[in-house]
Write a protein that binds this ligand. Structure first.
Ligand code: FA5
Length: 364
């Protein structure tokens, strides 16, 4: 470790040698200032007023110099002081730069590590089928209407020609909103059992002609099994104009089923009953799996029943102030889960609601 020597003589040669030795030590020590602590040690060692090396130079060289040498020694000591100040200031910058570099290095994140991959979501198969259906009907000129899932007795039943206490209501039992005893029956709220109430809401709002489809969620008191769920989706359709015939209903549904399942699929219309259509039909398609020969999905019959439909009952027009003498129309309602089961050959409707990734990933 460098110490300031006492000078034996104050000749220029001796002064020069001592100064060179001091500069060498100063420069070497400045290089060692690599962080705040080593810089402060360096600065104090050289500049501390009490016993710093500069103070020692002052005492041992300048004060000790004989009168004639004082001027030269004073100049040299001044130059040394300036040199120390410069090196101390450089060392400060160097130390803070190195300290910052070390900090950054210690905080470096290894961006070459693989990230956490988030799997991309896809549309649920039921929604996919619904989208396909909607686009088939939109291409035929239908627009989309929606209605509330919590519906009044009036829209869900009464205006659809289900009189209070009519046995047809039993086929569509559902959840009723509690504490409504004081309300008139027609105003009592329930979870809608089908999308048909949107027919009424649409005709109340729009003057004929009307062509709408109404997609949505419905609820029924049906025990879950392979083909039933208490919550499912329907797509309703309604077309009202002058001179709409049963032929239009058949042509429209036949086209829709062929668009969905392929042009070789046949449709069949069998008499049925709905209070709001007359005549009413159940529509089946020839089994797309066996081509009509008979297999497990079609229960060996060659046909699969998919939806209900019919010509709008004139009584329903009465509820919405449409003139049944001038107008006629047809309506249909299909179960979207049932169509999706056909579309993707799924044999248990419950699969759509379990949220099991192994099932859903097949549709990715
Ligand atoms: C109706 O709901 C009528 N509103 C359809 C209609 C509309 C007829 C317009 C005439 C004119 P239905 O109760 O049959 O009809 O139900 C229609 C379709 O919903 C059925 O063909 C079936 O595909 C589906 N569906 C019925 N109940 C369930 C259930 N619990 N789970 C899954 N799908 C069901």
């Amino acid at each position: 470790m460098y110490t300031v020597p006492k000078l034996e003589d104050f000749s220029p040669a001796s002064l020069e040698a001592a100064t060179a030795e001091l500069h060498g030590a100063l420069e070497a020590e400045a290089l060692a200032a690599v962080d705040t602590k080593t810089f402060e040690d360096f600065r104090n060692r050289w500049m501390s007023r009490k016993n710093g090396l500069l103070t020692q130079v002052n005492d041992l060289w300048l004060k000790a110099a004989p009168g004639p040498a004082k001027r030269d020694v004073g100049r040299i000591v001044n130059a040394i002081r300036q040199f120390v100040e410069v090196l101390v200031s450089n060392a400060e910058q160097q130390a803070s730069r190195l300290a910052l570099g070390a900090k950054l290095r210690s905080e470096t994140i290894d961006i070459s590590l693989p990230g956490i991959e988030r799997p991309l979501g896809v549309r649920h198969p039921v929604l996919r089928t619904l989208d396909e259906l909607v686009s088939v009907f939109v291409k035929m000129g239908y627009s989309i209407a929606e209605g509330p899932e919590v519906e009044s007795d009036y829209y869900n039943f009464e205006a659809l020609n289900f009189p209070p206490n009519h046995p047809a209501r039993d086929t569509q039992d559902t959840l009723f909103i509690a504490n409504q005893e004081q309300r008139a029956q027609r105003d009592r709220l329930l979870l809608r059992t089908h999308t048909s109430p949107v027919q009424i809401r649409t005709m109340e709002k729009l003057a004929p002609p009307v062509r709408v489809i109404c997609p949505g969620k419905v609820h029924r008191n049906d025990a879950p099994d392979a083909t039933h769920s208490p919550v499912f989706h329907q797509l309703e359709g309604l077309c009202v104009d002058t001179n709409i015939t049963f032929g239009d209903l058949k042509g429209t549904l036949d086209h829709a089923m062929k668009s969905l399942f392929g042009s070789e699929v046949k449709t069949s219309f069998r008499p049925s009953f709905f209070p709001f259509t007359e005549p009413s039909v159940e529509v089946s398609i020839s089994c797309p799996f066996c081509g009509g020969k008979g297999c497990r999905p079609c229960k060996q019959s060659g046909w699969i029943e998919l939806l209900g439909a019919g010509m709008v009952d004139p009584n329903v027009f009465g509820f919405v102030d449409y003139d049944p003498k001038k107008l006629s129309g047809f309506a249909f309602g299909m179960g979207v889960e049932r169509l999706t089961m056909m579309n993707y050959n799924v044999d248990d409707i419950q699969q759509f609601f379990y949220g099991d990734m192994r099932f859903l990933e097949q549709f990715a």
